[in-house]
Ligand binder design. Structure first.
Ligand code: MN3
Length: 224
C-alpha cells in the first residue's frame, strides 16, 4: 500500500513539474552545422550550459507562483516590472535568457540554406537605405554594446524597422525596456557566444554571423 502511495505521489509531482516547467528547445540543426562561422563546441556549451541554466533558474524562480507558471514566456516578460519583488530580477535575467536564446537558435541556419529574398532586401533597403547600410548599422550597434548584451532588428508598433541594443538578457518585449518592438533578428554579443573561436575579436564574430543568418525566418517574423 505504501509503495502504491509513493508511486502515485511521484506521478502527481511529475505531472505538476511537467506542466510548470519551461524546457530547453532542441537546435533545429546539428551542433557543427554553422561551422566554420560558429564552432560546434561553442554551440554545444551555449545551449547545454548557458541556455539550460536560464531555463533551470527560471523554473526555480516560478516554483512558488503557480499562476505565473501558466503564462507563456512573452506574457511573463511583457509584465516583468509588475512581478513580485522576490522573483522580478530572476525572471528578467533568466526568462529573458530563455526567450532570447530560443529565438537566436531559430534565426541561424547552415550557410547558404536560407538566403535573403528580393522582398526582404527591399524592406531592409526601404528602412535603412540599403542592405549594406543595414548591416553596417547593426554591426556598429553590436560593437558599441559595452559588456554583455544583445543587438536587435525590431519592428515597432508602426511597422517601422529599428536597430537597438539591450544589456544583459533584456529584450524589447519587456515593459521596463525603453525601445519596444517585435524582435525580427537577434545577435548574442555576450563573450560566451564567440570567445572560444574569436577571443576578444567581437567584430570578426559579427561579420561571420551574416553567413549563418536564417533570412527565411527573419522574413517570416517580419510578416507574421
Ligand atoms: Mn548567450
Amino acid at each position: 500500500m505504501r509503495q502504491i502511495l509513493i508511486t502515485v505521489a511521484v506521478w502527481l509531482m511529475s505531472l505538476l513539474y511537467a506542466s510548470a516547467q519551461f524546457t530547453l528547445p532542441a537546435l533545429p540543426y546539428k551542433y557543427n552545422a554553422l561551422e566554420p562561422y560558429i564552432d560546434s563546441t561553442t554551440m554545444y556549451i551555449h545551449l547545454n550550459n548557458h541556455h539550460a541554466a536560464y531555463v533551470t533558474n527560471l523554473n526555480k524562480a516560478l516554483l512558488n507562483y503557480p499562476d505565473l507558471q501558466k503564462k507563456d514566456i512573452q506574457q511573463l516578460l511583457a509584465d516583468v516590472s509588475k512581478l513580485p519583488e522576490d522573483i522580478k530580477t530572476a525572471v528578467r535575467n533568466n526568462g529573458g535568457g530563455h526567450y532570447n536564446h530560443s529565438l537566436f537558435w531559430k534565426l541561424m541556419a547552415p550557410a547558404g540554406s536560407a538566403p535573403m529574398s528580393n522582398a526582404l532586401e527591399k524592406r531592409l533597403a526601404d528602412g535603412f537605405g540599403s542592405v549594406d547600410a543595414f548591416k553596417t548599422k547593426f554591426e556598429a550597434a553590436s560593437l558599441s554594446r559595452f559588456g554583455s548584451g544583445w543587438v536587435w532588428l525590431l519592428k515597432d508598433v508602426d511597422g517601422k524597422l529599428k536597430i537597438k541594443s539591450t544589456a544583459n538578457q533584456d529584450n524589447s518585449l519587456m515593459d521596463l525596456v525603453e525601445s519596444k518592438g517585435k524582435p525580427i533578428l537577434a545577435l548574442d554579443v555576450w563573450e560566451h557566444a564567440y570567445y572560444l573561436k574569436y577571443q576578444s575579436k567581437r567584430a570578426a564574430y559579427v561579420k561571420a554571423f551574416w553567413s549563418v543568418v536564417n533570412w527565411t525566418e527573419v522574413e517570416r517574423l517580419l510578416n507574421e
